[in-house]
Structures are given as C-alpha cells and as structure tokens.
Write a protein that binds this ligand. Structure first.
Ligand code: GLU
Length: 317
C-alpha cells in the first residue's frame, strides 16, 4: 500500500465536454507527477457544473483514457453537479458578509455602461463588469450573483493561510502571487476583470466558485494545470480570502498548441487520445513538459515510475 506522508494533495479537474486530447493529458500527467514526486495523493474531479457544455458519457471516457495511461486517482472521482448545496452555502456566506450582490444586467446593459464610461469593453472576450448593480438593482430583476472585488484588497484582510500564503501580497490593489513555473504574477482583479459572476443568470454555478469551494473541501494543497487557466488564479485567490479558505500553491504547465498557434482545442483540430498506444501518449506529453532524460519502459506504469524522479525538483515549491 502506498504511504503518503507529505500532506500534499493534488488533482486533475477535467470538464466533461468531450474526451481528453493531447493538451489535457499534459495537465493530467503533470499533476500526477507532481503529486507522486511529493509523496502525495492525486484526485480527479469531474467539473460538470456547466451542464449545457457537458457531453453525456464524456466523464467515463476521460476516466478510461486516464486509466489506459495508468493515471489512477487515489479516491473515487468527485462530481461537481452533485455539490450545489456546498456552493449555495459559500454564496450565502459571501452575501452575509456583504461581499456578494445580485446583478440585473444583461450583456447589452454592461456593454452600454462601459461605452458610457469610455472604458475598454473586453478582456479575453469577456466584458469587464463596471459594477453597475453594486449599489442596488434599480428595479431590475436579479439575474446573476457577483463578487464585490474591491472590498478586501489588503495584506491584512481575512484569512491568510495555506501553502502559498507567504508569496501573496497586495500592492496598491494589484494582487501578487507566485507561480512555480511562471514566476511572479500580478493582476488587479477589480480593474481588469471586474466583479465576476459566482452564480450565473441561468442558475448554474460559475467555475470560479465551484472550483475554490471544492479545492478547499478536498484539502488540495497544490494546483497543477494548463497555463491557459493562469489568468483565473487571482480571482480564485480573492475568493479564497473572502471565504476564509487556504490558498494552495499553483503551477501552470506549458500548453500544446494547435495548427493555428492557439491552445489545442476541438476548434483547431484536437483529436481524442488514441489509447491503443498509451506509451506514445505519455512520451508526447512528457516532451511537452520537457522532462529531462530518457525513459525506456514497456508499460505505462513503468514509464510513470521512471518519470517521477525526472520531474522531482524541476519546479521548486
Ligand atoms: N475544469 C477546468 C477545465 O477543464 C479546469 C479547472 C482547474 O484545473 O482549475 O478547463
């Protein structure tokens, strides 16, 4: 039986919108290697809160693809679609603290408010919410719930615990955090993203809230995931602080790019992993992670065993 002494807990958190492709395997492998290199546990969480985007059976396909590569979680996978009560508790806590408020704005309302203020409309295709409903709904029906992002941007505010704590600072409303691979990162959430959505107008839970609640509930100490998600980290740290939850360490991995130079996705040609040759898949993912050294293995389990010492100490904690 494996012996886990370190207290390290990592996870892979796929959204079941389709089978794994080469890019998602890189994140799965990196999170598994980091957990094992730290003598820690590795969990899989199925992030199926965005129901309209989920594909029936994709969760089973993903778990089977991981298993073909010998990436086996240490606990049964957790499904976010069954955890609405926890997310509601978190939202209720934020409302009670005056940190979350209802918003009655449509996309058009937001675009109009931004135009009136002469503010930039979009960032990564998202409208930067200008806080129109902070002071009340002005007779509009509530559509979504948002986090008030300018209330606790100080070093002394709320909970400060968790593995990454020492590296997190606020300087003049800029949140500074340390990524184990990307180094120092900074974002002013209030200015650059705005008060972001916690519960959507269609009643679905937003990724940011569900993720933060679950990482804490599962005791995740280290988040290892694709670099495309790095931009969400500052929002997640704000939410952790607002909810009094610890902040894990973060490591964002290199992305596999599609033919158009963008992150590999279904839109630019990502194909489902062909698990008939799992060794080839692991080798390819290992190359993206720039694992140093040679691996010569006959089975995926053997390959993984040899990869752990190659990964260890690559990214200091
Ligand atoms: N479910 C997210 C995705 O598949 C990943 C979330 C995370 O790792 O924080 O993009």
């Amino acid at each position: 039986m494996a012996c886990y002494l370190s207290g390290y807990k990592g996870r892979f958190a796929p959204s079941p919108t389709g089978p794994l492709h080469a890019g998602s395997l890189v994140a799965a492998l990196a999170s598994w290697l980091d957990a094992r290199a730290h003598g820690g546990r590795w969990l899989v969480r199925i992030e199926d809160v965005d129901m309209p985007r989920c594909v029936a059976g994709a969760d089973e396909t993903i778990l089977a693809q991981l298993a073909a590569c010998s990436l086996l979680p240490d606990e049964p996978p957790l499904y976010q679609s069954r955890r609405g009560a926890l997310y509601q508790n978190a939202l209720d806590q934020l409302i009670a603290q005056g940190l979350a408020y209802p918003c009655g704005c449509s996309r058009q309302d937001i675009a109009r408010a931004l135009a009136q203020r002469g503010q930039p409309q979009q960032r990564h295709g998202e409208l930067v919410y200008p806080g129109s409903c902070r002071g009340g709904l002005n007779g509009k029906p509530a559509r979504a719930w948002r986090l008030q992002t300018d209330k606790y941007q100080s070093n002394s505010a709320l909970a400060q615990s968790g593995r990454a704590q020492a590296a997190i600072k606020f300087i003049a409303n800029e949140l500074l955090w340390q990524d184990r691979r990307l180094g120092r990162q900074t974002q002013n959430v209030s200015r650059d993203v705005g008060d972001f959505v916690l519960k959507r107008a269609d009643g679905l839970w937003a990724y940011q809230l569900a993720m933060v609640v679950d990482d804490a509930a599962q005791g995740i100490t280290d988040i290892v995931r694709g670099e495309d998600l790095a931009d969400n980290t500052a929002r997640q740290i704000l939410l952790q602080r607002a909810l009094g939850l610890p902040t894990p360490r973060y490591l964002h991995t290199p992305l596999v790019l599609g033919a158009d130079g963008e992150k590999l996705s279904k839109q630019n040609g990502a194909r489902a992993l062909d698990t008939r040759d799992p060794l080839a898949l692991l080798e390819q993912a290992g190359q993206t992670l720039e694992l140093p050294g040679q691996i010569s293995a006959r089975t995926p389990a053997e390959w993984l065993q040899q990869a752990v010492p190659l990964w260890a100490n690559r990214y200091q904690t």
